[in-house]
Design a protein around this ligand. Structure first.
Ligand code: ES4
Ligand code: ZN
Length: 326
C-alpha cells in the first residue's frame, strides 16, 4: 500500500536489536544440521509454535536454547547477513547490533569466532547493501559482576571495533547498580554505554542506569512513565529510549498494542525510537512494527518521521554522520 511504501521509504536506524534474536527457525535448522547439533523441535512450525511467552524469562529460556546451534564464525556471519538483508528491505540504513558474548563463551565458543563472524557480515553489509552498522557488547545481568569483567577483558583486542556496552537478560533482581564498576571500566576504555531498564524492572532501575551507570540511552524504559519526575527528567535530558512495541506485546509488558504507550512517550517529549529487539521471536521486523503501532495507536505520518529522526539523533553515530541521515 501507499503507507507501506511510505514506511519502507523512510530511512531508519535500528538501535535495539539482539543479533541472536534475529535467528529465524529456518536458519536454526540449517545450522543445527551443519553443526550436527540436535534441537528439541521437529519442524519450523513446531519452533514457531513454541514462541508463546508470558514474560521475559519465558522468552529468555527459549532464546538461549536457540543460540546453541551457533558454533563457528560462519554461523555468526550467516545470521547477521540474513538480518541485514531483511532490514535493508525495510529501509534500515544503519543498525546497532547487540551481541551477548557470554551466551557463547560459556558454551566454549571462542569470543573471536563470535565477533569475527559478526564483523565480516558488517563489512559485507556495508559494501553489498549500503547499511552501516556498529557493535554493542551486552553483559548478561543474571551473571556476576566478575563474569562481566572477564567478558570486558576478552574483548580487549577488539575494543576499537566495539562502540558500546549494554546490559540485558533477566532484569528484576539484577539492578543496574550490580554493574556500576564494570560500566565505569568500560567508559574509561572509551566505550559508550546503554542498558536495558524499565522493561519489567521498576522506575528505580531507570534512575540507577542514569545515575550509577551513566548511560547515554535507555533500552525499553516503559516503566519510567510510572514516575512523573523521572519522565520529566528523561525528556529534559533528551535521553533516547529504544522502545520495542512488538516485543512488549509478546512478553506481556503491554496486554494489547492498542494500550502501547509509544504516543504517550512522544506526547511527554521523550525521545522514543522504534526497534525490533528479537525479530525472529517476536514476529516482525522494523517496517512491520512501524505499521503495527501506526494502526494500533493512530500515529500520523509526522509521528513516524519523528521516530525515524530520533533513531539517527539517538544513534551512536558521530553527530555529523547522524545529521547527514536526517
Ligand atoms: C532481551 Cl527483550 C530482552 N530483554 C532483556 N534481555 C534480552 N536479551 C534478548 N532480548
Ligand atoms: Zn532488548
Amino acid at each position: 500500500t501507499d503507507f507501506d511504501s511510505f514506511i519502507t521509504g523512510l530511512p531508519k536506524a535500528e538501535l535495539h536489536l539482539h543479533i541472536e534474536g534475529s535467528l529465524e527457525p529456518e536458519l536454526m535448522f540449517e545450522l543445527a544440521h551443519r553443526n550436527g547439533v540436535t534441537i528439541p523441535y521437529g519442524s519450523v512450525e513446531e519452533v514457531r509454535a513454541a514462541y508463546d511467552f508470558s514474560n521475559l524469562q519465558d522468552f529468555l529460556d527459549i532464546y538461549y536454547a536457540g543460540a546453541n546451534v551457533l558454533r563457528t564464525r560462519a554461523d555468526f556471519h550467516d545470521m547477521a547477513m540474513a538480518y541485514f538483508r531483511r532490514a535493508a528491505r525495510d529501509g534500515v540504513i544503519h543498525a546497532e547490533l547487540m551481541f551477548d558474548p557470554q551466551t557463547h563463551t560459556d558454551r566454549g565458543i571462542p569470543f573471536e569466532e563470535v565477533i569475527e563472524g559478526l564483523l565480516s557480515a558488517m563489512k559485507q553489509a556495508e559494501t553489498e547493501l549500503g547499511i552501516t552498522s556498529l557493535l554493542i557488547m551486552s553483559f548478561l545481568r543474571h551473571l556476576s559482576e566478575d563474569a562481566a569483567f572477564e567478558t570486558l577483558a576478552m574483548a580487549e583486542l577488539w575494543l576499537d571495533r566495539i562502540t558500546a556496552v549494554g546490559l540485558d537478560s533477566s532484569e528484576v533482581g539484577h539492578p543496574p547498580s550490580k554493574f556500576a564498576r564494570v560500566f565505569a571500566a568500560a567508559r574509561a576504555k572509551g566505550l559508550r554505554l546503554t542498558a536495558h531498564a524499565g522493561e519489567e524492572g521498576p522506575p528505580d532501575y531507570v534512575y540507577q542506569a542514569l545515575d550509577q551507570l551513566q548511560v547515554e540511552r535507555i533500552d525499553h524504559g516503559n516503566r519510567a512513565l510510572e514516575d512523573a519526575d523521572l519522565t520529566a527528567r528523561l525528556a529534559a535530558e533528551g535521553m533516547t529510549l529504544t522502545v520495542c512495541p512488538l516485543s512488549n506485546l509478546k512478553l506481556c509488558v503491554v496486554d494489547d498494542l492498542q494500550h502501547h504507550p509509544i504516543d504517550r512517550m512522544l506526547g511527554e517529549g521523550l525521545k522514543a525510537t522504534i526497534n525490533s529487539d528479537d525479530p525472529a521471536y517476536f514476529g516482525g521486523y522494523i517496517a512491520d512494527i512501524y505499521r503495527a503501532v501506526m494502526e494500533a495507536r493512530g500515529l500520523a505520518r509526522e509521528d513516524l518521521v519523528k521516530l525515524a529522526r530520533n533513531s539517527f539523533t539517538g544513534s551512536f553515530l558521530p553527530r555529523e554522520k547522524a545529521d547527514a541521515c536526517l
